[in-house]
Design a protein around this ligand. Structure first.
Ligand code: KG4
Ligand code: ZN
Length: 340
């Protein structure tokens, strides 16, 4: 069965085709980062308009790459939430209209479930159950994934998400949007031992996080440096290295705690921050020491994409969670939507 997947929840238009037996056949992506950069963040109205412009050509690209035509598609999956309302509506309208016109099943997918299951697009595929560290721009959660559709929340951020902490501190350092990858690049030139930044909630008894104090600490450090004279590129690089180390330290510590607590030997890391190389290295080393394995999505599928949406639909179909005979067409979306 061939599934066309559409992602349009934020600033990436992603389209992909997944075969329920053969896996990922093709994927096409357009990132709006360059367009939003001038504004220092995502402008929702511009995002929606750009999704409209890109989605149909991307569907054609994905079909061409997979050497398929629209008539070969058996089901259409799309991100129904959470995300920006206008942006989500583009994906849901296109998916539902196409599904209706070809009388195919239309499958709404939770964006975070897409991220959560995306490490299954890599090789080797993690077996259930596993602990998942879900670290995107808007979410930071630790979950116990028992099987597809059966998730238990073990801990989450009480304020900013890890990606948000990267983005907000990067902005303070004058880096372009989205800050995470830029801050990680600058950190390579820095020395993390120069500034001691806080690790909020690292030693709390639970598996929750708090990252909002980090931006205040960075702001205070910058103010102090400004009061002493000019803030040099080296100062910024040192601060970037400290920020990255603080975030990786807390994420890693709690992820390992969850592994020990659950007795699971498998950790899956998903979401945009999963592209962070320091986080990857740290977790790989630490989990290996415990005799476990850590799984990541392929690097290019860490941030938003259509492959994870088509794949989540495929996984849900295989788990018997989708009623394929239901031909109900409804473009409603859920901008706010808890996975569990
Ligand atoms: O999962 P994602 O693409 O979008 C959401 O669903 O939110 O995650 C985007 C987040 C942004 O905060 C971005 O700065 C962060 O992932 N990110 C990174 C890296 N690449 C992306 N953060 C740290 N290091 C990276 N290399
Ligand atoms: Zn995402």
């Amino acid at each position: 069965m061939k599934i066309l997947g559409i992602e349009s929840s934020c600033d990436e238009t992603g389209v992909a085709i997944v075969d329920t037996t053969k896996g990922l056949l093709s994927h096409a992506l357009h990132s709006q980062i360059a367009m939003h950069q001038a504004y220092g963040g995502v402008v929702p109205e511009l995002a929606s308009r750009d999704h409209i412009r890109r989605v149909i050509p991307l569907i054609h690209s994905a079909l061409t790459e997979a050497k398929l035509s629209l008539n070969d598609i058996d089901a259409v999956a799309y991100t129904a939430g959470p995300g920006l309302a206008g942006a989500l509506l583009v994906g849901s309208s296109v998916a539902q209209a196409f599904a209706w016109s070809h009388q195919l099943p239309a499958i709404p997918i939770h964006h975070l479930e897409g991220h959560l299951l995306s490490p299954m697009l890599a090789d080797p595929v993690p077996e259930f159950p596993f602990v998942a560290l879900l670290v995107s721009g808007g979410h930071t959660q630790i979950m116990l994934v028992k099987k597809v559709g059966d998730y238990e929340l073990l801990g989450e951020t009480l304020d900013d998400a890890a990606g948000e902490a990267f983005d907000k501190t990067a902005k303070l350092l004058g880096l372009p949007y989205p800050g995470g990858p830029h801050l990680a690049k600058l950190a390579l030139k820095g020395d993390a031992s120069v500034y001691e930044l806080p690790r909020p909630m690292k030693h709390s008894a639970d598996l929750d996080f708090s990252f909002s104090g980090l931006k205040t600490a960075v702001l205070t450090t910058l103010r102090k440096l400004e009061a002493q004279g000019e803030v040099t590129e080296q100062d910024k690089a040192n601060l970037a290295a400290s920020v990255q180390e603080a975030i990786v330290d807390v994420l890693g510590f709690k992820a390992i705690k969850a592994i020990k607590q659950t007795g699971s030997k498998r950790l899956v890391v998903a979401g945009g921050v999963g592209a962070n190389l320091q986080l990857r290295e740290f977790l790989q080393q630490q989990i290996h020491k415990l005799g476990g394995t850590v799984y990541f999505p392929p690097l290019h599928l860490c941030t938003d994409n259509g492959a994870m949406i088509a794949h989540a639909a495929s996984a849900r179909i295989k788990a018997g969670l989708v009623n394929l005979s239901e031909k109900k067409y409804d473009t409603s979306i859920q901008p706010r939507w808890e996975l569990i």
